[in-house]
Design a protein around this ligand. Structure first.
Ligand SMILES: Nc1ncnc2c1ncn2[C@@H]1O[C@H](COP(=O)(O)OS(=O)(=O)O)[C@@H](OP(=O)(O)O)[C@H]1O
Ligand SMILES: Nc1ncnc2c1ncn2[C@@H]1O[C@H](COP(=O)(O)OP(=O)(O)O)[C@@H](O)[C@H]1O
Length: 221
């Protein structure tokens, strides 16, 4: 244990009482995969299906979180000093991705402890970074980190290319692009493995995840 002058404060309202009020268990459903594999679409559809059932959820998505909590230096420089922007702004180098996933992991852990079914959709290409989040979340309660590997072949992701990023990466206009000039380390034993190129619709894949959540006792109906 690291010695520190910062001491954890035990709150009166417990996680269990929050979960009991919501009649569900807080959990983190962590989608990972290449850009364009379908993470955001499936997570968004799952969020919709859960909301329709009256479940309390939150969806954290890479593109959106990088507008605020994990903004790039250029964005921070609009409001802060150049030194601040350089120090806290995040790009796509290995260490920046590590910090991105660390911040999101902490946020997701807080949301799960508030009793929310927390869905995250980040490329999160490094095994070590995802496993670190798993350890933090499972330190709270085992089984609370559900990794969903959206396993769509690079060729399909590149053919979809909804934001034109693969085209730019191939042209050398984007550095460190996952799958092209940066690695993607696939999960070794994800709780859920979705085949993104098998012709199933995002709604069908979301329904599959929903069924697994139900079977794990996250919520009853
Ligand atoms: N170099 C590089 N590599 C990968 N992705 C890139 C890059 N530059 C920009 N983008 C866009 O940023 C989105 C990925 O952000 P994440 O926060 O999910 O990335 S990471 O988890 O820190 O690896 C990713 O979103 P998705 O396409 O939804 O995955 C891209 O739109
Ligand atoms: N199961 C699927 N079948 C066909 N197309 C899909 C499927 N899932 C996602 N897509 C399409 O692929 C593109 C990329 O999906 P997106 O969810 O933005 O991926 P990611 O968040 O992983 O970058 C979108 O145009 C989306 O409509």
């Amino acid at each position: 244990m690291v010695k520190s002058d910062i001491v954890w404060h035990q709150h009166t309202v417990t996680r269990e009482s929050r979960e009991s009020r919501l009649d569900q268990k807080g959990v983190v459903v962590w989608f990972t995969g290449l850009s364009g594999c379908g993470k955001s679409t499936i997570a968004n559809e799952l969020d919709r299906q859960l909301s329709e059932l009256g479940r309390a959820t939150m969806l954290l998505d890479g593109d959106n979180i990088r507008h605020g909590l994990c903004a790039p230096p250029e964005r921070l420089a609009e409001e802060h000093s150049a030194e601040f922007a350089d120090r806290f702004g995040l790009g796509f180098g290995e260490t920046d991705r590590e910090e991105n996933i660390r911040r999101i992991g902490s946020l997701a852990a807080l949301m799960a402890s508030a009793g929310l079914i927390t869905l995250t959709a980040f490329v999160s290409p490094y095994l070590r970074d995802r496993d670190r989040v798993r350890r933090i979340i499972e330190a709270g309660r085992e089984g609370d980190f559900i990794e969903v590997f959206v396993d769509t072949p690079l060729e399909i992701c590149e053919a979809r290319d909804p934001k034109g990023l693969y085209k730019k990466a191939r042209a050398g206009e984007i550095k460190n692009f996952t799958g092209i000039s940066d690695p993607y380390e696939a999960p070794k034993s994800p709780e859920i493995h979705l085949d993104g190129g098998n012709g199933q619709t995002p709604a069908q894949q979301a329904a599959e995840v929903l069924e697994i959540l139900k079977n794990r006792g996250i919520f009853a109906s």
